[in-house]
Design a protein around this ligand. Structure first.
Ligand SMILES: *Cc1c(COP(=O)(O)O)cnc(C)c1O
Length: 354
């Protein structure tokens, strides 16, 4: 296979620097979950930290441990835990843990030994993915305060996640979050001083557009990868650059069509040609070529441009050479850019460009 995904680390750095400047004085946490949205977690983590991210977010403890093993010393945050999660290792390696329920808190506290577990208590503000409900919240906070008094946990954060359902829904969620913070304060969680927990709920969209939601830190994901979280403006319109270029080789010529060596098994969405799709293009021979078939391992494209076996086509990229972007592919497939990026198969080699 000669298809390759080139990761533009300077673009990652530029995007993170821009987002950190937008968020300031709030801190910037860079989400590198899903293998850094398909880019490759470690190089992106290093680039993000070099460009001004203060901390990194992954979903699960094992990914955070692999960052520690690779020598990353920045604060790390993991919030999705399974029944087998090794909290003792997480605490030993100073990984901050999101906590959604009392049973989870108790398991984490029980794993604290030589180290104290840094926990971020999560209130559900309408996303219903996880997090304590408003009814469960006081008991979770009280239990955490008890464990803090026993020296087993430290309440390092109070947090939530917005559903990206628009500015009005975000405003309601922010109000719910503030109410939950007030409840925690009433129970004895200090909101001033060096020991106060970090308050955070904004991801890319609220982090960019809703200054009042930035609080102490913003957890940026998709925007750092050059993809706009909004419908009304694209990445370049926000001053962000595409961070990945997918190239493929012309491996066969069939009836005037070029066959490219990348397909749905590699993560490209066949939906671009389905009932909800709106077609797709690639750049070949300096011109746009229309995708006429999305096979398991090949794309068939038609173009009036000259091409030959062995030529390279750009499936998507930052757009500088006239190629489509990740956002174009997402629109064509009726999906979001996160999915185009994160689905890109590990079989496609990542080439890291400085
Ligand atoms: C994925 C994720 C983020 C980043 O979200 P984007 O919308 O991609 O910026 C932030 N916080 C949590 C909890 C997440 O799961």
């Amino acid at each position: 296979m000669t298809a390759a995904l080139t990761i533009h680390l300077p673009a990652v750095r530029a995007n993170v620097a821009r987002l950190a400047a937008i968020a300031a004085p709030a801190r910037t946490m860079l989400a590198v979950k899903a293998d850094a949205y398909g880019h490759g977690m470690l190089p992106v983590a290093r680039a993000g930290l070099a460009a001004g991210a203060d901390s990194l977010a992954v979903l699960e403890v094992p990914a955070a441990l692999s960052l520690r093993e690779a020598g990353i010393r920045a604060p790390l945050f993991a919030w999705l835990h399974g029944v087998e999660t090794d909290f003792r290792a997480a605490i030993e390696h100073e990984i901050d843990l999101g906590v959604s329920s009392r049973p989870e808190l108790e398991r984490i506290a029980a794993a604290a030994g030589p180290g104290v577990a840094a926990v971020h208590l999560k209130i559900d503000t309408g996303l219903h993915r996880n997090g304590a409900s408003a009814e469960e919240w006081p008991a979770l906070v009280s239990a955490a305060l008890e464990e803090q008094a026993r020296g087993r946990v430290r309440i390092a954060g109070l947090w939530s996640h917005l559903a990206d359902a628009g500015a009005e829904a975000d405003a309601v969620a922010l109000a719910e979050f503030r109410a939950a913070v007030a409840v925690a304060a009433g129970l004895g969680v200090p909101l001033d001083g060096a020991d106060r927990p970090l308050l955070h709920l904004a991801a890319s969209s609220a982090g960019i557009r809703e200054p009042e939601a930035r609080l102490d830190l913003v957890r940026f994901g998709i925007a750092a990868y050059g993809v706009s979280p909004f419908d009304d403006v694209d990445g370049p319109g926000l001053g962000l650059r595409g961070t990945a270029t997918l190239t493929a080789e012309v491996v066969a010529v069939d009836d005037g069509r070029a066959l490219l060596d990348v397909g749905s098994a590699d993560g490209l969405p066949p939906a671009v040609l389905g009932p909800s799709g709106s077609g797709a293009e690639v750049l070949l021979g300096g011109r746009r070529a229309r995708v006429v078939e999305v096979g398991v391992d090949a794309l068939a494209v038609e173009t009036s441009a000259e091409f030959a076996l062995g030529d390279t086509a750009i499936v998507y990229g930052p757009g500088d050479a006239g190629e489509p972007t990740v956002e174009d592919w997402a629109r064509w497939a009726g999906t979001i850019g996160d999915e185009i990026l994160a689905r890109m198969s590990a079989r496609i080699p990542r080439v890291f460009a400085e």
